[in-house]
Design a protein around this ligand. Structure first.
Ligand code: COI
Length: 356
């Protein structure tokens, strides 16, 4: 399949665009979307850019019953000189195919879908916000569409890309968030679907998230599903700790999502010669470092969350307040550097951005 196969139907009306400096996360969608269908025999076919609109589905579609679906999240940025940049988009489409493999969804042509995304962004160029801290969030996803109630991989799918101009994910903006450590529920276990970006992982997280919000925490920190001892990740981000000068993030263990921002932060720290280690780290280790006074900083990383400083962990009725609840120096430097590279304000020493 090549780009000539993509048909474009432009919307006759254009929605009013929200004020760039008042954007929230994921509430407003642009005028167009990309769709492509899969059916056994035909493969992926009929790629098209069409006006953003509801889709009609058979109530028996497998997605509604067994949740066979995957998604991704990446962003497009407007530079001061009018260029449009994507951040490591090939990594998202690589991971989408890895999620597809886990969920028995047919593989996509990664190069083709990246080119299709660029074409969609060209159509929606005016929707990319330019105020500081804003971007165009890109949500590619696949749903299973076969009307069938047997538990089996679907024989038909829809791949879609929708776009949403966004501000910061957390209401705290770049101020530190407070996180509750989850001791009752678990997110994933080795051999499960934790490494795949699939809706079920997020559905399973809602209960703990709801409980933590009620007691004033933004998100939960998940511990391992077996001993509930080792740190895994936060609801929508990977997590890093700076302890005694060393930056530590939980090693990928078969249940943690391999975040594109996580990988990039590890690479950036190595590039700066800052000691960074991927290893098992327990909540007891973090508490001990807190008691010793060596827990210098903690922060989360994610496409939506960017670099989000963590000001407090609540664990077993104890509050571990980090860096007096203020943004740490390293978190700030990482945020400034990463967003600087993403928006073309800083040089891109590791060759990450892709121009649309
Ligand atoms: C992202 O960071 O893009 C994600 O997909 C997390 C999402 C659940 C908001």
């Amino acid at each position: 399949m090549n780009l000539q196969n993509i048909t474009i139907t432009l919307s006759e009306t254009k929605k009013e665009k929200p004020q760039s400096d008042q954007l929230e996360f994921g509430k407003v969608f642009t005028d167009h979307m990309f769709i492509m269908d899969f059916s056994t025999g035909l493969g992926w076919h009929d790629p098209r850019i069409v006006p953003y609109q509801p889709i009609t589905m058979d109530p028996a579609s497998m997605i509604f019953h067994y949740g066979q679906s995957v998604f991704e999240g990446l962003k497009a940025y407007q530079t001061d000189d009018g260029r449009v940049l994507l951040f490591r988009p090939e990594k998202n489409f690589r991971r989408l195919n890895q999620s597809n493999d886990r969920l028995c969804i047919p593989e996509l042509d990664e190069e083709f879908v990246l080119e299709a995304l660029k074409k969609l962004i060209e159509v929606e160029r005016e929707w990319i916000p330019s105020a500081e801290g804003t971007s165009l969030y890109i949500r590619p996803f696949i749903i299973s569409t076969e009307p069938f109630l047997g538990v089996h991989p679907s024989s038909s799918y829809k791949f879609m890309i929708i776009l949403s101009p966004v501000g910061s994910y957390y209401k705290e903006g770049i101020h530190p968030v407070k996180i509750a450590v989850e001791s009752k529920y678990v997110r994933a276990v080795n051999g499960g679907t934790g490494t795949a970006k699939t809706g079920g992982n997020y559905a399973a997280s809602l209960k703990a998230q709801e409980v933590s919000e009620k007691i004033g925490y933004s998100q939960v920190l998940w511990l391992d599903g077996v001993e509930k001892k080792y740190i895994e990740e936060v609801g929508s981000m990977n997590v890093f700790f700076k302890i005694n000068g060393e930056v530590i993030t939980p090693a990928l263990n078969g249940s943690i999502l391999e975040g594109v921002t996580r990988t990039s932060i590890i690479e950036l720290l190595k590039h700066w010669n800052v000691p960074v280690t991927e290893r098992k780290i327990s909540m007891d280790d973090v508490r001990q470092a807190y008691l010793d006074g060596t827990l210098e900083e903690a922060f989360g990383t994610g496409t939506a969350a960017v670099i989000s400083p963590i000001g407090e962990f609540f664990w077993n009725d104890e509050k571990l307040v980090i860096n007096d609840g203020k943004t740490g120096e390293l978190s700030k430097k990482l945020f400034d550097t990463l967003t600087g590279i993403q928006t073309g304000k800083l040089a891109d020493p590791l060759g990450w951005v892709v121009e649309v």
